[in-house]
Design a protein around this ligand. Structure first.
Ligand code: HEC
Length: 657
């Protein structure tokens, strides 16, 4: 097909493919998307055709297709059967333009003078009396602010280019313009409502002045200083998809490197977009969604790679983590989290379920550039809640993996929850910290695990240094032995009738953010005190297009759940202070700590709040209408610090000035 489109060397084959094209969509896909991109919004070899659609009638479009624009590199499609040109044109009319700017309408060409005397000439993407977002002919975006009759260029001075903002996975920021003395004045500076979205789970990302927000199959680029929309990439939801990405599903982040924004589609494709235009540069299928794979935005751009994972732990996928070349989208390595029969680790699976063992990789991992090690957490074993057909530890589910970044080779693993029957995953952020620990300089990895324990590991070899209970409601294990294995209590596994076990399925922690502040030496975790009645049932055989579950967890009417923000001493594992919250115990929101002496966190009562990082004294809060399912971040734009979080479908940006 590619040969047919680009080089026209096999005319017979081409003619055959054409004759079989049943409709305009198929014809467009086989002939045009290779150059113009899947939605006609522009691709690797040709720009968008959607601007042309607005200015040409059907007859003119048909002529362009038949005669091409040879001068400009648009090939002529002379030998198409007559009906096909008509159906191509009809299909092109259904394409919608990547929405540009706030107000729509035709783009206006303008020329402005900058404060240094230079001029800029391009199309206004958006414009108010105070600001202008301009696209120059090289497709670059310029963010401008009025300065008298002229304009000055603005951008960001501190970025947040991945889900956790830093390779370390630690949501700690050295910014301190917003601090204990002025946080009380923090107010909303702008908001942006993400269209067609339900309750979002993402963290906004900022790179060189532009904020990127995500929804399932959607990336929107905004001026990070004002919220003006620059472009939007959207793809229709995939029909027949199962899993957490199914519309209205979850997408937690993109990641940015060089001139590209990397995003995941609901159906587990990794897509590179041009970060100035939102146009598709390449699109790589990570795995077949028909085998229950889906993706929720778990990716990290490191070295020349994008390392990315998938979801599908409740649908019985075989988990893997893979790395793709940033330039070409080609897969560089793939490491399965479930061994094949006979491979090391397969001896920890006794029974048929190794074939659908889970171990998904749905949360963004962390990276240590010095040792070139990727740290990635893995999810539950499949089926969840019932381990009858997978006796043993079930490696590498519910694990923390350390992998060589260039090869994907496993350096070590640590499994907080062997033989998981509670759907706990180990999919919580991995926080890399270099600090003195009990008097010795250490390279640490911290994790507030869903199973209720706080883990401190030596990240050079995966050895356990400390495992300590984070919550009071913890009944499944007495303690963690020095070798890292839990010492189980009786009555701690799901039963047919139901067994009360703590923590609940939601976990004592979850995917939301945690942070370690080097000034206070405290680790901030928004913990959940909650139990559940765990049940198990016979799992029907695995099926494509269905869930693969062996039970569940239901509410215990006598159990009153409670969220408590705890600041842990990482040498003792004990909380130094706590903020118990009044609320339903159903928020999924984490913490951010800053050099301004603050810990900023989502409060279960429905608010974004700030407290003194050393003492836990509450300093500020802003009430929301919906429970938070997202975590906060911070950045600096035009030399002002901002804090941002998404509530429901609305991006909120707070500042003090
Ligand atoms: C080999 C790559 C390639 C393929 C395949 C291709 N195009 Fe193009 N197309 C181009 C280039 C390059 C341009 C010129 C862009 C410019 O104006 O600089 C272009 C321009 C166009 C234009 C705008 C022309 C104008 O004068 O405004 C339309 C419409 C268009 N293509 C439609 C199609 C359709 C429909 C198909 C599939 C039947 C297709 N193209 C296939 C490369 C391609």
């Amino acid at each position: 097909m590619l040969l047919c489109m680009r080089f026209f060397v096999v005319p017979a084959l081409c003619a055959m493919a054409w004759a079989q094209s049943p409709d305009g969509r198929a014809a467009f896909q086989s002939r045009c998307t290779g150059c113009h991109g899947v939605d006609g919004n522009g691709g690797e070899h040709a720009p968008t055709i959607l601007t042309t659609l607005a200015t040409r009638n059907d007859e003119e479009l048909a002529t362009i297709i038949r005669d091409g624009v040879p001068r400009k590199g648009m090939p002529a499609f002379k030998e198409l059967p007559p009906g096909e040109v008509t159906s191509l044109v009809a299909f092109m009319r259904t394409l919608t333009q990547a929405r540009q700017g706030r107000r729509g309408g035709p783009p206006v060409r303008i020329k402005v003078t900058l404060t240094d005397g230079a001029t800029l000439d391009g199309f206004a993407i958006a414009r108010t009396s105070r600001e202008l977002q301009l696209r120059t002919d090289d497709q670059k975006i310029h963010l401008l602010r009025k300065a008298g009759e002229q304009y000055r260029k603005v951008t960001s001075q501190a970025d947040w280019p991945s889900m956790h903002g830093q390779f370390s996975g630690n949501r700690y920021s050295a910014l301190k313009q917003i601090n204990q003395s002025n946080v009380g004045k923090m107010a909303v500076k702008w908001v942006f409502a993400v269209p067609n979205s339900g309750r979002l789970q993402g963290t906004p990302q900022v790179h060189e002045g532009v904020m990127y927000v995500t929804n399932t199959n959607t990336v929107i680029a905004l001026d990070a200083g004002s919220g003006a929309r620059l472009w939007e990439y959207t793809k229709q939801p995939t029909q027949g998809l199962v899993g957490n990405a199914r519309s209205p599903g979850n997408n937690r982040s993109v990641t940015i490197a060089g001139d590209r924004v990397f995003m995941q589609t609901d159906h587990a494709h990794l897509v590179a977009l041009n970060r100035h235009t939102g146009q598709v540069v390449w699109d790589t299928e990570m795995a077949d969604f028909k085998a229950n794979y889906n993706a929720t935005g778990s990716l990290l751009a490191v070295e020349n790679l994008v390392v990315a994972g998938t979801a599908g732990g409740e649908q019985g996928v075989r988990g893997f983590l893979a790395a793709y070349d940033q330039t070409t989208g080609k897969e560089v390595w793939r490491t399965w989290t479930i061994p094949a029969k006979g491979e090391p680790g397969s001896e920890t699976w006794d029974g048929i379920d190794i074939a659908h063992g889970g171990g998904p990789t749905w949360l963004t991992g962390s990276y240590d550039p010095e040792s070139k090690t990727i740290y990635w957490p893995t999810g539950n074993a499949g089926p969840d809640f019932n381990g009858d057909n997978r006796k043993g530890d079930n490696l590498y589910t519910c694990s923390i993996l350390a992998l060589d970044v260039m090869t994907g080779k496993l350096k070590w693993h640590f499994q907080p929850t062997p033989h998981d029957e509670w759907d706990w995953d180990a999919v919580q952020p991995l926080v890399l910290v270099d600090t003195a620990w009990k008097g010795q300089a250490r390279k640490l990895l911290l994790q507030a695990n869903r199973n209720g324990f706080l883990y401190v590991l030596d990240r050079t070899d995966g050895k356990l240094l400390l495992a300590s209970p984070m919550v009071k409601k913890l009944t499944w294990a007495k303690e963690i032995a020095p070798d890292g294995r839990p010492v189980m209590n009786p009555n701690s596994v799901p039963t047919t009738e139901g067994q009360l076990i703590c923590p609940a399925v939601e976990g004592a922690a979850n995917f939301f953010s945690t942070s370690y502040n080097p000034a206070t030496r405290l680790f901030y975790v928004n913990t959940l005190e909650r139990c559940a009645v765990y049940t198990r049932r016979v799992t029907p055989p695995w099926q494509a297009g269905s869930g693969y579950s062996g039970g569940g967890g239901r509410r215990d009417p006598d159990d009153k759940p409670r969220k408590i923000l705890r600041a842990f001493n990482i040498e003792t594992g004990k909380p130094v202070w706590e903020i118990p919250q009044e609320g339903p115990g159903d928020t999924w929101t984490g913490t951010l700590s800053t050099a301004g002496g603050l810990v900023i966190f989502g409060d279960d009562g429905g608010a974004l709040a700030a407290a003194d990082a050393a003492t836990g004294k509450r300093l500020w809060s802003y009430p929301f209408t919906e429970n938070l399912h997202t975590s906060p971040m911070t950045y600096m734009f035009d030399n002002k610090q901002y804090v941002s979080i998404i509530n429901g479908s609305v991006v909120y940006v707070f500042g003090t000035e």
